[in-house]
Write a protein that binds this ligand. Sequence first.
Ligand SMILES: O=CCCCC(=O)O
Length: 496
Amino acid sequence: MDAKTGVNKDNPLALKDPSLLRQANYIDGAWVGADDSATLDVRNPATGAVIGTVPKGGKGETRRAIEAAERALVDWRARTAKERHAILIRWFDLMMENQEDLARIMTAEGGKPLAEARGEIAYGASFIQWFAEEGKRIYGDTIPSPVAGRRMMVIKQPVGVCGAITPWNFPNAMIGRKAGPALAAGCTMVLKPASATPYSALALAELGERAGIPKGVFSIVTGSASAIGEELTTNPIVRKITFTGSTEVGKQLMAASAGTVKKVSMELGGNAPFIVFDDADVDAAVEGAIASKFRNTGQTCVCANRILVQDGIYDAFVKKLAAATENLKVADGFEDGSQIGPLIDDAAVAKVEDHIKDATGKGAKVLTGGERHPLGGSFYKPTVLADVTPQMKVAREETFGPLAPVFRFKDEAEAIRMANDTEFGLAAYFYSRDVGRVWRVGEALEYGIVSINVGVFSNEVAPFGGVKESGVGREGSKYGIDDYLEMKFLCLGGID
Ligand SMILES: O=CCCCC(=O)O
């Protein structure tokens, strides 16, 4: 037993509170199996070992969760923001009190290095705390009427029942970022977590129940993505779909939601450029590139996907980047000091390999990595490629793995052209110490987020979201609650 954390190091899933590892669905305030008792295995990607099972739910279970959410909506939206705030703050407190157990569950099912997993729990919880407060600030408006004898007002009301689909790469934080604003606004939610990482979601439902979230307000259905997704997107009771995941699946969900004209929030794929100009602080840029590229083993929609470096500093930059990459510790997420964990599955490794093969076949050079890690399974060595060109697959597709391809550019105009030459528009990064360039490039990049001289920008107070095929809507920040509200215009006459 570790004296500091109280956790059994020989069995990392020997939790301080074992009842957080829930292997059932949470529907209408009850812990239940699938109707036909079918289950799905959940595996640890570091070892391939089965950790446990969860119900393989489908349309019927989802429909019941939606109907429960509709019943629960009546009372939940009628409560004061202050009452909802009290429950959400209890939920936040419980998440932070159980940070270590929640992080261990996340590392076991998603492979994320434990230090990063702890950080994600705090990040996910911060959305619950932030939106608990923002729920108290849902203001309306009055409008001076152009017609005598009338009064004009705008009020904001909860959208209603929301369907949420969350990814495996941030199995806690993406729930906080969706459920926080939804519940604070007075909406209810049915959530389908990724099949690879359901336990993080179920643990949050367990803590939500302890915090006093009423039955039906927040249900979780694990199981078949197609069946659950179909019910969520076609059931007319559901008024909003919120999704974080690939652009391909996002488009399918948007098309399916069109039949009942649901509101949608989509946080989709990226192809983030990371531009380093000649005038940058090269050491700071290398540090930022490592943080951005290798966060969550490169499996983040905002990870640098294309590193664009200006001619004058290209050689110095790639040398330093390769050296820093070589120093990263690849290990099981539970091992002390692990910085690069396993990829989520074999398909993810195959994509990295395909991008490297394509690039080296067209002239790119491997500076470090470029092969599977001796640990085996889905561990891959963090890799730096030099002499990468726009003709290679890595220029167009999101690798979603520990591969840093470094492109070369001549001047500012070329860098902007290369950076914007993609259908995606989520996050972009650049390093420069020229204040004029900072404004010019910041304004010219066609992205929802532009991070300047900073490698990791995410937090609960900032708006997160993309343009072009990277998505619709914003999460987090004072704007994030708007996606869960409808505006109503009240026009009052006949009172004078
Ligand atoms: O893959 C994208 C999830 C969001 C990451 C972040 O919030 O920084």
